[in-house]
Design a protein around this ligand. Structure first.
Ligand code: ADP
Ligand code: MG
Length: 243
C-alpha cells in the first residue's frame, strides 16, 4: 500500500490555541476515511492542512509525494491532485454550472475546450445535473449546488477528494442525493477523507473511521467495530448524543 497522505508529528497552532496535537496518520490510496468528533475539536483544521489551506507549525506532512512544509513545494501541484468539497459549496456565483466545472481543468490542466466540455458533461450527467448546465448557482438548491461542486472536483481527475461536512448545510430531503454521489465517488477508487455527521455514510461507505477530540486522534479503526464498541469514554459520550 502506498501512503497518499502522511502526517508525522504534526502540530498546528492558531496563536496560543493548540489545534492539532502531534498528529501521526497515514492514509493509503483508495481508502475512504470518515472523521467524526465534537464541534471545535479540529476536524476542519486537520482536513484543511491536507491541501495547504492551513499551514502547519511543526512536523512533516507529505501529500501525493510532496512535502507541504517544504518552501520549495509548489502548492498548485498538490491542489491538482487534491480536490476539496466544502460545507457551503463555494461555487463561482457569476459562472454557469457548466463553466464552474470547466474552469479549473481549462486553466490549471490546460485541457482543450472540446475534451473539457465532454468530461464536464459526463460528470454533470452522473450527478444528475445535466439539465441545469446553463443555470447559475443562485438558481439551484443547496443539494444541487453540492452535486455540481462534486462534479467540479471529479473533472480535475484528482487522486484525493477532501469533504468538510458536505451535507451539513442541506435540507434533510437533499442529503440522500449528495450521499449517493459520494458513494459513487468511493466506488471509483478515489481516496476520500470526509468530515461528516452522517453516521450511516461513516459506517457503511467508509472503510476507516477516525474519532477526533481536542486536537487528537482518539480512535482510528474499522467503522463497524467503532460504532459497535467504541474504545474511549469520549467516543461513547459523543455517540450517545447523536445516535
Ligand atoms: P471542527 O471542524 O472540529 O469544528 P475547527 O478545526 O474548525 O474544528 O476548529 C478547531 C479549533 O480551532 C476551534 O477552537 C476553533 O475555534 C479554532 N479555529 C479554527 N479556525 C481558526 C482560525 N482561522 N483562527 C483562530 N482559531 C481558529
Ligand atoms: Mg469544522
Amino acid at each position: 500500500m502506498t501512503a497518499i497522505i502522511e502526517f508525522k508529528h504534526v502540530d498546528k497552532y492558531y496563536g496560543k490555541l493548540h489545534a492539532l496535537k502531534d498528529i501521526n496518520l497515514k492514509i493509503d490510496e483508495g481508502q475512504v476515511v470518515s472523521i467524526i468528533g465534537p464541534s471545535g475539536s479540529g476536524k476542519s483544521t486537520l482536513i484543511r492542512t491536507m491541501n495547504g489551506l492551513e499551514p502547519i507549525n511543526s512536523g512533516q506532512l507529505i501529500v501525493t509525494g510532496h512535502d507541504l512544509a517544504d518552501k520549495k513545494t509548489d502548492i498548485n501541484k498538490i491542489r491538482k491532485n487534491v480536490g476539496m468539497v466544502f460545507q457551503h459549496f463555494n461555487l463561482y456565483n457569476n459562472h454557469t454550472v457548466l463553466e464552474n466545472v470547466m474552469l479549473a481543468p481549462k486553466i490549471v490542466l490546460k485541457r482543450p475546450d472540446d475534451e473539457n466540455r465532454k468530461i464536464a458533461m459526463q460528470y454533470l450527467e452522473r450527478v444528475g445535473m445535466a439539465d441545469k448546465i446553463n443555470s447559475y448557482p443562485r438558481q439551484l438548491s443547496g443539494g444541487q449546488q453540492q452535486r455540481v461542486a462534486i462534479a467540479r472536483s471529479l473533472a480535475m481527475d484528482p487522486k484525493v477528494i477532501l469533504f468538510d461536512e458536505p451535507t451539513s448545510a442541506l435540507d434533510p430531503e437533499m442529503i440522500e442525493d449528495v450521499l449517493e454521489v459520494m458513494r459513487y465517488v468511493a466506488e471509483q477508487g478515489i481516496t476520500m477523507v470526509v468530515v461528516t455527521h452522517e453516521m450511516g455514510f461513516a459506517r457503511k461507505v467508509s472503510n476507516r473511521l477516525i474519532f477526533f477530540d481536542q486536537g487528537h486522534i482518539l480512535e482510528d479503526r474499522d467503522p463497524g467495530e467503532f460504532f459497535d464498541h467504541p474504545n474511549t469514554e469520549r467516543a461513547r459520550q459523543f455517540l450517545s448524543k447523536i445516535i
